[in-house]
Design a protein around this ligand. Structure first.
Ligand SMILES: NC(=O)c1ccc[n+]([C@@H]2O[C@H](COP(=O)([O-])OP(=O)(O)OC[C@H]3O[C@@H](n4cnc5c(N)ncnc54)[C@H](O)[C@@H]3O)[C@@H](O)[C@H]2O)c1
Length: 255
């Protein structure tokens, strides 16, 4: 599973799962470029990791993503792997209480970003006859999540987009897969649990217990578990894997 000299772009990687993936790809020998919309998180990630390069970019904005690809390919000297990792949990509310603007922003960051990154990566990968794209879906893209309509819709849509892109780009030697993480321990999950507790009136412990109740291994997963899957599927060990939804969740059959 070596990634020696692989050129890797990971979006939204100044913190959370993206940053763990950036460290994992670096440890596997890759040269990694990251972006993030949070300037201070980006500064601190880059300062603590002198080998990493990156830039500020809101991946829901076409012009910024165009610039990201220009900067990343200039720095890396091309690109072999794109990880479209950006996603926000979006509003937690019943549909009748949800503002349209909140729906739109959640769809833009989670879904438009995957389209935009693929749009700018495809010509690069087609021209070299190789490349691997990993899109970040979720188990929310396999089941319904009440009061999380835009997030759920975007994560389902990423699965469809992944399959369409795998069919489009496969003949050019380009692979496209998505990863569906279950609940990942960390800041974001803590925020999701807090929002769900407020929306439902349940305690934090009750929300947390409910989230693991349907997981066969009765556990959240770690960001490293997700990074391991990204490393595997983009390596030569995953050379014949494309168009797949790779679920890393401790096994959840249904909610
Ligand atoms: N954490 C989980 O439990 C979990 C579960 C399933 C799927 N996922 C998915 O995995 C991915 C990463 O999740 P995470 O938990 O690391 O997220 P996170 O909330 O910790 O955010 C990671 C980074 O994304 C950046 N970001 C947010 N909006 C951005 C934008 N418009 N442009 C660029 N950067 C932006 C943030 O500044 C932050 O640094 C997301 O797509 C998420 O939906 C996460």
């Amino acid at each position: 599973m070596t990634h020696q000299n692989q050129r890797v772009l990971i979006t939204a990687a100044a913190s959370g799962i993206g940053l763990v993936m950036a460290d994992a790809f670096t440890a596997a020998g890759a040269r990694v470029y990251i972006c993030d919309a949070d300037a201070s998180a980006l500064d601190s990630a880059l300062q603590s990791r002198p080998h990493l390069r990156g830039m500020l970019c809101d991946v829901a904005q076409e012009a910024q993503v165009r610039d990201l690809f220009a900067q990343a390919t200039a720095h890396l000297g091309g690109m072999d792997v794109l990880v479209s990792n950006a996603g926000v949990s979006g509003p937690t509310a019943n549909v009748e209480d949800m503002a349209f603007a909140d729906w739109q922003r959640c769809i833009a960051v989670n879904l438009d970003s995957v389209f935009l990154c693929a749009h700018f990566a495809a010509p690069i990968f087609r021209a070299q006859g190789s490349g691997s794209i990993v899109n970040m879906s979720s188990t929310a893209g396999l089941f319904g999540l009440p009061q999380r309509a835009p997030y759920t819709a975007a994560k389902w849509a990423i699965r469809g987009l992944t399959k369409a892109l795998a069919q489009e780009l496969g003949p050019a030697g380009v692979r496209v897969n998505c990863i569906c993480p279950g609940s990942v321990s960390g800041d974001r999950m803590d925020r999701v649990i807090a929002a769900q507790a407020v929306a439902t009136g349940a305690t934090l412990d009750a929300v947390r217990e409910e989230l693991t109740r349907t997981v066969s291994l009765r556990t959240f997963v770690s960001a490293q578990d997700i990074a391991n899957m990204a490393l595997f599927v983009t390596s030569s060990a995953g050379a014949r894997i494309s168009g797949q939804e790779l679920v890393v969740d401790g096994h959840t059959e249904t909610f």
